[in-house]
Design a protein around this ligand. Structure first.
Ligand code: FES
Length: 312
C-alpha cells in the first residue's frame, strides 16, 4: 500500500464483549475527507507478522478530525481482529490506508432501506450521518444473534428512533419488506453472505433492477491448507502458511500487489496464474473466469494444490 497515513489511537471503547471501537487521529497532516460507506485498511505489526485488515469508517463523514472503526473479535480469523482487541492501547501509533469507497449510497434514490447483519452495521453508521444531513428518507433493519453481536442497538435507537427495526435471533421477511416499497427505493445490505444472497434473490424475484440493490460482500480471509506460491518470473518459492492469506505472504516476500479491499471485492489484486488448482473465494471474478483457473484474487483465495505458479 502506498501513501499510508500515520495515525495514533486516541480512544478505545469496549462496545460489547466481542466488539471494540477504535478512534484514530493524525498528528502530522489532517486526515483526508471521506464519504459514507468508506473503509480503510489498518496495518498492524505483530511479532514477526504484519496484519492488514479492512474496516468501514463509522464516524461522521462531515468530521474528518478523527476516524472511527468498530472491530468484532473473530475467533477463527488469521489474527488481525485478535491483535487489535488484545494489543492496541491508547497512544499506540500505526498506519492506515487512505479511505476508499465501494459502497456509496445512490443519492438519486427516493428512499433507502439499509439491512445489516451483526457487525455488518458498520458502514451504515456513517451512512446514517450523511442520510440525516441530506434529509434523505431511510430506514434501518438491524439483524443480530444476541446482545453481544447487536451491540449498537441502543445507540442506534437514540439516533434513528422509529426508523430503526431490530431483529434479535430472527430475520425480517425480506419478501414483505421489499414488496411494499415506493418506486425509486434502493436497498443496501451488509452482513453474512447468506443474507446478501437472500436479499438479492428476493429483490430479483420482485422485479427490482440490479441497480437498486447494493451490497458489501467483504469476505474476511479464511484459513486453509498451507501451500507454496512459485513465482515464475523470478523462479522463487514463497511458503504460504495455513493462517496467512496469499496476498500477505507475497507482500512479506517484498512484492507490491495493488489492493484496496483485501476482501475479494474490488478486483485490484487480480493476479495471473500459470499452473495449479485455485480455490476461489472472492466475489469479483465471474464463473467463467473462475472456471478458467487462469487468475486469482490473492487477498482471499488460495491454492488447493501443493504448488501454485503465479505470473510474478
Ligand atoms: S484487494 Fe480487493 S479483491 Fe483483492
Amino acid at each position: 500500500m502506498s501513501d499510508l497515513i500515520p495515525v495514533r489511537v486516541a480512544e478505545i471503547e469496549q462496545i460489547s464483549s466481542i466488539i471494540k471501537q477504535f478512534t484514530f487521529v493524525a498528528d502530522e497532516k489532517p486526515l483526508p475527507p471521506f464519504s459514507a460507506g468508506s473503509h480503510v485498511v489498518v496495518q498492524m505489526e505483530g511479532e514477526g507478522k504484519r496484519f492488514r485488515n479492512a474496516y468501514s469508517l463509522i464516524s461522521n463523514p462531515a468530521d474528518s478530525s478523527h476516524y472511527r472503526i468498530a472491530v468484532r473479535l473473530q475467533e477463527r480469523s488469521r489474527g488481525g481482529s485478535q491483535f487489535m482487541h488484545g494489543e492496541f492501547r491508547p497512544g499506540d501509533r500505526l498506519f492506515i490506508s487512505p479511505p476508499a469507497n465501494m459502497f456509496l449510497p445512490d443519492w438519486q434514490a427516493r428512499h433507502h432501506i439499509l439491512i445489516a447483519g451483526g457487525i455488518g452495521i458498520t458502514p451504515f453508521l456513517s451512512y446514517g450521518y450523511e442520510l440525516e444531513q441530506r434529509q434523505a428518507s431511510f430506514e434501518v433493519h438491524y439483524v443480530y444473534r444476541n446482545a453481544e453481536t447487536g451491540a449498537f442497538r441502543e445507540a442506534l435507537t437514540e439516533r434513528f428512533g422509529n426508523r430503526l427495526y431490530c431483529y434479535s435471533g430472527e430475520r425480517p421477511d425480506f419478501y414483505t419488506l421489499l414488496g411494499h416499497q415506493p418506486l425509486g427505493t434502493h436497498v443496501y445490505v451488509c452482513g453474512p453472505e447468506a443474507m446478501i444472497q437472500d436479499v438479492k434473490a428476493t429483490a430479483s424475484a420482485l422485479g427490482w433492477s440490479p441497480q437498486r440493490v447494493h451490497y458489501e460482500a467483504f469476505t474476511a480471509p479464511q484459513p486453509g491448507k498451507p501451500f507454496v506460491a512459485r513465482l515464475s518470473r523470478s523462479q522463487q518459492d514463497v511458503a504460504v502458511a495455513g493462517d496467512t492469506p496469499l496476498l500477505d505472504a507475497l507482500e512479506a516476500h517484498g512484492l507490491e500487489i495493488p489492493n484496496m479491499c483485501r476482501g475479494g471485492v474490488c478486483g485490484q489484486c487480480k493476479t495471473s496464474v500459470v499452473d495449479g488448482d485455485i480455490e476461489h473465494r472472492d466475489a469479483f471474478l465471474d464463473d467463467q473466469e473462475k472456471a478458467s483457473q487462469r487468475c486469482i484474487m490473492p487477498c482471499v483465495s488460495r491454492s488447493s494444490s501443493d504448488y501454485l505458479v503465479l505470473d510474478l
